[in-house]
Design a binder for this molecule. Structure first.
Ligand SMILES: Nc1ncnc2c1ncn2[C@@H]1O[C@H](COP(=O)(O)OP(=O)(O)OP(=O)(O)O)[C@@H](O)[C@H]1O
Ligand SMILES: [Mg+2]
Length: 230
């Protein structure tokens, strides 16, 4: 990627009643893999939902130099009451893929997350880690130019978490931009090129990953790293 921003967030704000959830957020995203860090309630999920178009801002704009196709994965996978395969096919149909193309594409996508053997199992009976892999297969099948993930491993044990991490890296390697949040700092360090740190609804710093972890610029990030490091 050529370091011109793929998204410019300009003076973005979101207010609910008297509460300012995001306040005058301006940000240029140009890295291929960006991880948003910050304490609970900082506004990370809200920012990601605004970027994905699930929320409308009260102020400001998102400027996309070129429109990007997007998919989003959440902490708790939302599975339809049907097979893993049908869950992936459903996503493809919604995006307008031809019916005869959907099944083959869905099976390929499940194979890429090592789930072809479970393709015809009811999705809701799969383990949490397997369901998250189905959610990733559903997203990856769409070949999004931008994949947004909100704490995709927060409900998983360490083994499943590493497996999901491996898949996120493979999706990045296939060319998608990654924008995600996590409370797992080691994971953030392994995945990110750049860290966006937010606190109380405001952007505090945007820093290359190694610099963020070794020499964070802001006091808020220094405090956060101290508190979060065991
Ligand atoms: N619809 C809403 N109405 C009022 N307050 C809201 C609404 N949605 C979120 N908030 C508040 O906005 C703040 C930011 O929430 P958000 O979920 O974006 O935080 P977060 O950084 O993702 O936190 P966490 O690390 O716990 O996931 C929180 O204080 C939350 O309670
Ligand atoms: Mg959140």
């Amino acid at each position: 990627m050529n370091n011109s921003p793929w998204l410019a967030v300009e003076n973005l704000g979101l207010t609910e009643g008297a509460t300012r959830i995001l306040d005058d957020v301006s940000l240029q995203l140009d890295a291929q893999r960006t991880v948003v860090l910050g304490p609970n309630g900082a506004g990370k999920s809200t920012l990601l939902r605004l970027i994905h178009g699930l929320l409308h801002p009260s102020a400001g704009t998102l400027r996309w130099p070129q429109p990007l196709s997007q998919a989003m994965v959440f902490q708790r996978p939302v599975m339809l009451r049907t097979t893993a395969l049908a869950n992936v096919i459903y996503g493809l149909k919604l995006k307008g893929y031809a019916a005869d193309e959907c099944e083959q594409r869905a099976l390929q996508s499940l194979a890429r997350v090592d789930l072809e053997a479970l393709a015809r199992r009811p999705a809701r009976l799969l383990s949490g880690g397997e369901q998250q892999r189905v959610a990733l297969a559903r997203a990856w099948a769409l070949e999004p130019e931008l994949l947004i993930l909100d704490e995709p491993t927060a409900s998983l044990d360490p083994g499943s978490s590493r497996e999901v991490e491996r898949i996120i890296k493979a999706i990045a390697a296939s060319g998608a931009r990654i924008l995600m949040t996590t409370h797992n700092l080691a994971q953030a360090r392994r995945i990110a090129e750049e860290i966006v740190f937010i606190d109380r609804g405001r952007i505090v710093e945007q820093t290359p990953v190694e610099e963020f972890f070794t020499q964070p610029r802001s006091e808020a990030a220094q405090r956060f790293l101290q508190e979060e490091t065991p």
